[in-house]
Design a binder for this molecule. Structure first.
Ligand code: TYD
Length: 139
């Protein structure tokens, strides 16, 4: 699984405006059980700082822009989300940190499961250990 996986959504817009459609098990690679959105963030107050054990998500910046650092315990990369027609897949065991929010940023997130705090790993050393133990046991 590559660290950065973008999903492109076709724009169905016309002269009346833009329209993007998201469908579970079609252009979103799981059944969508939860949708949430982040807005009114402060540019200098990052958030996220966790990984999920089983929940898979797709993040789409439907307005404005923000950066997201993705980290699989081996590689790290910062990408910018700035398009409503492009989603970033946040797979299991991918540590992520969102930052540098534009004032108008609205970040929409689709999730494969209902909210479950027990699915979160919020402690970086624990994440690093779990993901690297997994990596060595599958080699
Ligand atoms: P949190 O996951 O810490 O936000 P972020 O990762 O963006 O920093 O969530 C903030 C609070 O909202 C926390 O108390 C959990 C709650 N929450 C829900 O109740 N349902 C949800 O779907 C999400 C994502 C968070």
């Amino acid at each position: 699984m590559s660290l950065i996986k973008w999903i492109e959504f076709p724009s169905l817009g016309d002269e009346r405006g833009n329209l993007v459609a998201l469908e579970g098990l079609k252009n979103i690679p799981f059944e969508i059980k939860r949708v949430y959105y982040l807005l009114d963030m402060q540019a200098n107050v990052p958030r996220g700082f966790h990984a999920h054990k089983e929940i898979v998500q797709v993040a789409i910046c439907v307005k404005g822009s923000c950066d997201i650092l993705m980290d699989n315990g081996q590689d790290k990369e910062i990408v910018t989300l700035d398009s409503p027609s492009k989603g970033l897949l946040i797979d299991v065991m991918q540590w992520h940190e969102m930052s540098n929010f534009s004032q108008d940023c609205v970040l929409l997130v689709l999730a494969s499961e209902h909210y479950d705090e027990t699915d979160y790993i919020r402690d970086y050393p624990r994440f690093f250990q779990e993901v690297n133990n997994e990596n060595t046991s599958t080699q």
